[in-house]
Design a protein around this ligand. Structure first.
Ligand SMILES: CC(C)(COP(=O)(O)OP(=O)(O)OC[C@H]1O[C@@H](n2cnc3c(N)ncnc32)[C@H](O)[C@@H]1OP(=O)(O)O)[C@@H](O)C(=O)NCCC(=O)NCCS
Length: 147
């Protein structure tokens, strides 16, 4: 999989993937904002030119904030999520970030397993945080050691 910066031309595919992956998908306007924001990176993963995943993260001060990671349902459990996550961690290290942080639904077992395997731990729980189903939010972090 090749991972590269998204462009306006990728937004349809990103929005489509988002719709298939999240109970409360972000609207297109959110991705347009992320594409333009200087601290934000919106990147896609392509297999044979076809978008099979995307990530959105912020590089703020000395932290990497992971906002979204998604792989296409037809391509899950094939290592693409790990590749996308490793890519974000490397991007954080490359700019000197010392901490990676993210928020995840407590019931999102696949994502929590992915993050835990990478070295993230839960440092805080926000009870009944999500308005749609009152699910808890977990705040997970991981130190980014230079490598
Ligand atoms: C979370 C997500 C990105 C994982 O992507 P993926 O391409 O399947 O990830 P990988 O193939 O690299 O899986 C890495 C590891 O994560 C864990 N994992 C992934 N999916 C899992 C599942 N359904 N159940 C349990 N563990 C899972 C496993 O430890 C897996 O390693 P293994 O396959 O060797 O057992 C994908 O399921 C997804 O897009 N989900 C919808 C969007 C989402 O919830 N994103 C996270 C919140 S922003």
């Amino acid at each position: 999989m090749i991972i590269e910066r998204a462009t306006e031309a990728d937004l349809d595919a990103i929005v489509e993937l988002e719709r298939h992956s999240f109970p409360r998908p972000w609207p297109r306007s959110t991705f347009e904002t992320e594409l333009a924001a200087p601290q934000s990176r919106l990147e896609v993963g392509r297999l044979g030119g076809v978008i099979v995943g995307f990530v959105n993260y912020w590089l703020v001060a000395d932290e990497l904030h992971i906002h979204s990671i998604t792989t296409h349902p037809d391509h899950r459990r094939a290592g693409l999520g790990t590749q996308l996550l490793d890519h974000m961690l490397a991007a954080g290290r490359a700019v000197g970030a010392t901490l990676a942080t993210l928020e995840v639904r407590a019931g999102n077992a696949p994502a929590i397993a992915l993050y835990t395997r990478a070295g993230f731990t839960t440092v805080h729980t926000r009870p009944r945080y999500y308005q749609d189903n009152h699910e808890d939010a977990l705040i997970m972090t991981m130190p980014l050691l230079a490598s």
